[in-house]
Design a protein around this ligand. Structure first.
Ligand SMILES: [Zn+2]
Length: 994
């Protein structure tokens, strides 16, 4: 199930993310390293007419400033922010790569992390962020490069100083340049098997060669060969200029303070009078005109893409958004939509429509259809239906009520917004700020100003067969084509096949289809946003969270908790429900797949209704998790109960046709079979799960089980699955206890005629590795590129102190492991360590995916790193300080009240059902940290990671490796065999002529 995408960026853009896995949190006493600033800026008048109405955000203030060097900053002061964060976008990206060094902008992005004049140590930034509860990342796109971090509130000032120096004097240290190029190569290698990148790379190959879109932008050893410190410096100093930089800072500090910090920290960035790149040429080339591009994917996927390129007057129209309105109608999923018709004809499973503003002169608008097998064979019909849907809009125009609904929902979303996590808050602003004047930002990025039916009609008239680029991404066995071309960077096979005139003529003549019509007014648009009048729930755990009430506690039928939200005060609910039934066992592949099909059928049947609800800010999701059926409903409270009632009814009555069943079954089977084409590290994680969990069923077995399931099996299962059931629910939000009881009554009347007693539920079991027989390794192969190793160390049963010690250690070791294995040794692009509690056993994990090193070699390096780390730990003069910093950061994190309703509901559900209703669990965890001494920490570190701990299991995934880069020893059976492959020479022969 897909929704209409507003701006389907994923179709056309490559976001190049560096992966830094920082799994913990933070805090330390921070020295004031930035003194109060002087002038150097002007305040920009705020002309955003939208207002936030959420009472819990009433204290939030914003300010807009423009520094003397032209840098624009958007400052958000939120006294209740749970973290602080900053992001900076510079309006230059891969399209400004030198022609002879594709990927240089991306390479430059990597290098900024690796030392500045003020902070020369290449691991300094990552270590600081990681030890203070933070997270950092960056990405490069065609027209901008963004850097962002989030961190504990008390570490913001120091982090901001480190961050601001990226944009002043980065070192581009030559040894770092050589090593980090390997990271780029490693990142490139992870794209070799990614269908999204492979498709885009084919599009680039076919694009207008005069447009920078046509170039390769990731970079690799070959494209960046010969790039030196000087190349990088020259490019950086030519392109990185303060007047094309946009900064966002989010923090509890007052506005005056943030203004001073920003002026002082970023006022010194040099202004080089740069403008955003302007490209005055179309992206589309004649090469793909009136033809279909066939592309072979790695996975078994089937997509039809129709794409148009439009320019003025349709591009960057924040005021009227013609592209969004058109996408709204074409991507709709209601019963009279294009998608619904394609489903009725069994041609498609999903559809997305949207526009992507590629540059200031070019808007790409597209429809992506996920095809069924019959859909691939009847591609002409699918395309005809798309043009029939377009014809309907041409004929009737888009009615004003659609615009009004969209405008209202967009406005409500802003007015009743909740606190979002700091990292995504700044990342989102730093991107969208680039395209709207700071004065009005973010008003027009979010909400259209006026309805312009003429412009919308003109826009739709541009969507003709003649100007459309058609691509089909499907396995060649279906298209029966010999794909005769190869894309040079990623090796993707493709073909360009001209479209015969008669086919084009049919599409051009397409008339409105009787069953494809414009969406009717949406009945779910909320009319009442009042808050209920109900008593506040009691607080738990020193006030961090609330204590919900168990309104139902019945050992046979269910356990239902409820609490009225009195903290966030938004007219929303967050409900999390879980159904257990004796018909589903966590270790039975067939039952799991039957449940997958069942859940899919329920979601499909509800789609007409749930899609309207979704558009109106009420979200519903149903999924199988292990042996449970999980249902979440979240969003505006007004119609939530009505939606959940409907879900209950459908669970009981769902009855797909045989054809629908086959479509769902094949789709599920395919997605399980496709798992084999995941990255080596994902395959390793799955193999590890099959060992760690007693009853885990691997994707391969589920794919096999799916093949054997018949329609009759499914109908029998669907009739029986909820005959007996047990419900667990956490109901939180704008509601009363009477609402909670009504939901329970509705559930009991509709669903469970008989109960499923608590004491009969299946209990998950976790592995306990032998203490004196290990360590072990387990290997699997893959046809994908790269090797992966995951080392798991069992750290014993859970206690509050041991978990505190393990998490502290995990945080301290995080950056050194990354820095050693990736930055220094360059074993791979994906490198991380983490810790986890599974069924009250605790584990530490170390992982890497490599395009250059053998698995044995990687494992030896992990072990050597751990050994040296433990040795140095005892004598490290900064060890105690680091321990205290991290311990305090982790405690601060735990004591932080949840940031919004959704987070609160999630924590409450975990405590209710995973920790047996222990709502004081967080306080106990905090005590665990408080009781942990440095001595005990050192002892436990040795117990957890030392060589005497034989409860270690390494997972090896062995994939394809390029011969040119890998250093891998081959086993040879005997000395004689070696003699036969070698040659022998005398001393004389070995002497070089003088
Ligand atoms: Zn990267």
């Amino acid at each position: 199930m897909k929704i209409a995408l507003k701006g389907h960026g994923q179709l056309l853009i490559i976001s190049l993310l560096i992966t830094l896995t920082t799994s913990s949190w933070l805090s330390t006493a921070s020295a004031e390293i930035i003194s109060e600033a002087s002038a150097g800026y002007v305040t920009v008048e705020d002309q955003n007419a939208l207002r936030v109405l959420t009472p819990s955000l009433a204290d939030r203030e914003t300010a807009k400033i423009r520094l003397d060097n032209g840098l624009e900053a958007y400052l958000i002061s939120d006294p209740s922010a749970d973290k602080s964060a900053a992001a900076l976008s510079v309006n230059v990206g891969s399209w400004s790569d030198p022609v002879d060094a594709p990927g240089l902008a991306h390479f430059c992005e990597h290098m900024l992390f690796l030392g500045t004049k003020k902070y020369p140590n290449e691991s300094e930034y990552h270590r600081f962020v990681s030890e203070h509860g933070g997270l950092a990342n960056a990405y490069t796109t065609n027209d901008h490069t963004s850097y962002m971090f989030a961190i504990n509130n008390d570490a913001l000032i120091e982090a901001l100083d480190r961050f601001s120096n990226f944009f002043k004097e980065p070192l581009f240290n030559p040894s770092g340049v050589d090593r980090e190029l390997q990271a780029i190569e490693g990142e490139f290698a992870t794209h070799l098997d990614k269908d999204v990148t492979r498709k885009i790379q084919v599009y680039k190959q076919l694009a207008n060669p005069m447009h920078p879109y046509s170039r390769f932008t990731i970079g690799n050893l070959k494209s960046l060969e010969g790039v030196s410190q000087d190349t990088l410096k020259d490019w950086y100093y030519e392109h990185y200029s303060s007047d094309i930089m946009h900064l966002v800072v989010y923090s509890p500090l007052p506005i005056e303070r943030l203004t001073a910090l920003v002026t002082k920290g970023f006022g010194g960035i040099v202004k080089r009078n740069r403008q955003p790149l302007h490209v005055d040429t179309p992206v589309r080339s004649e090469a793909s005109k009136n033809s279909i591009v066939y592309i072979a994917p790695i996975k078994d996927t089937r997509t039809l893409s129709l794409t148009w390129e439009l320019g003025a007057p349709y591009n960057r129209r924040l005021d009227t958004k013609p592209s969004d309105l058109t996408a709204f109608v074409l991507g709709h999923e209601g019963s009279e939509s294009l998608l619904a018709q394609l489903k009725r004809e069994n041609l498609a499973e999903g559809l997305a429509a949207g526009g992507y503003e590629l540059s200031d002169t070019s808007l790409l608008f597209g429809i992506d259809v996920q095809l069924t097998e019959p859909g691939i064979r009847k591609i002409d019909t699918v395309i005809e239906r798309c043009f029939q849907a377009i014809s309907r809009i041409q004929q009737e125009g888009i009615p004003e009520y659609i615009f009004a609904e969209e405008q209202k929902m967009d406005t409500l979303r802003y007015q009743y917004q909740e606190r979002t996590d700091a990292f995504s808050t700044v990342s989102d602003h730093a991107r969208s700020m680039l395209y709207e004047p700071l004065e009005t930002y973010p008003q027009f990025s979010l909400v259209s100003e006026k309805f312009d039916p003429q412009l919308v009609s003109a826009f739709i008239n541009e969507l003709t067969p003649d100007s459309c680029d058609v691509a089909v991404i499907a396995p060649p066995k279906f298209t029966k084509l010999n794909l005769n071309k190869t894309e040079p960077w990623l090796g993707t096979a493709y073909s360009v096949v001209p479209i015969a005139d008669n086919r084009l003529a049919t599409w051009k003549a397409a008339q409105s289809h009787i069953d494809i019509r414009l969406p009717a007014p949406n009945p779910y648009v909320p009319t009442s946003l009042a808050l209920v009048d109900a008593p506040s729930p009691a607080p738990a755990s020193d006030g961090i969270i609330v204590k919900p009430t168990a309104v139902i506690d019945d050992p046979d039928y269910g356990l239902v908790y409820f609490a009225t939200d009195d903290r966030y005060k938004v007219p929303e609910v967050h409900w999390m429900l879980t159904l257990r039934t004796p018909a589903i066992h966590r270790d039975e592949a067939k039952e799991l797949v039957l449940t997958d099909i069942y859940v899919r059928a329920v979601a499909e049947e509800l789609n007409n209704l749930s899609y309207n609800a979704l558009l109106a800010g009420l979200h519903f999701e149903i999924a199988r998790i292990d042996e449970q059926i999980s249902i979440t409903v979240s969003g505006y409270s007004e119609n939530a109960k009505q939606l959940l009632d409907q879900i209950f009814k459908t669970l009981k009555t769902v009855h797909p046709t045989k054809e629908q069943f086959n479509t769902y079954k094949r789709s599920i089977k395919r997605s399980y079979a496709n798992f084999d084409k995941e990255s080596p590290i994902s395959l390793g994680a799955e193999l590890l799960k099959t060992v760690v969990h007693k009853d885990f069923v691997a994707a391969r077995l589920k794919a096999k089980a799916a093949g054997a399931i018949q329609y009759g099996d499914f109908i029998a299962f669907a009739n029986e699955v909820l005959q007996k059931a047990y419900l667990e629910a956490m109901l939180y939000g704008n509601m009363t206890d009477a609402d909670a009881k009504e939901l329970w009554d509705s559930y009991r009347t509709t669903i469970a005629s008989r109960g499923y007693a608590r004491d009969r539920h299946q209990t998950p079991k976790v592995v306990v590795l032998p203490k004196d027989k290990g360590p072990y390794y387990l290997e699997r192969k893959t046809s994908q590129n790269g090797n992966a190793v995951i080392l798991a160390l069992q750290n014993g049963p859970y206690s509050f102190i041991s978990r505190a010690a393990q998490q502290t250690l995990g945080t301290v070791i995080n950056e050194p492991f990354f820095s050693e294995l990736r930055t220094k040794q360059q074993t791979g692009y994906i490198v991380y360590s983490t810790t986890q509690e599974i069924e009250k056993q605790i584990f530490s994990f170390f992982a890497a995916q490599s395009a250059t090193h053998s698995n044995r070699d990687l494992l030896s390096r992990f072990e050597q790193f751990i050994e040296e780390f433990l040795e140095e730990m005892d004598t490290d003069p900064q060890g105690l300080e680091r321990f205290n910093t991290v311990k305090s950061a982790l405690t601060t994190e735990l004591a932080q009240p949840p940031r919004n309703q959704e987070t609160m509901a999630g924590i409450l559900a975990t405590l209710a059902f995973k920790h047996d209703g222990d709502f004081d669990f967080l306080s106990k965890r905090i005590q665990g940290f408080q009781q942990l001494t440095y001595e005990r920490y050192l002892e436990l570190a040795e117990e957890f990671l030392g060589k005497q701990n034989q409860q270690r299991l390494a997972i090896f995934v062995k994939g394809k490796m390029p011969e040119s880069t890998v250093l891998d020893y081959r086993r040879i059976k005997s000395a004689d065999q070696l003699k036969s492959v070698s040659t022998y020479a005398t001393a004389k022969e070995n002497t070089e002529p003088q």
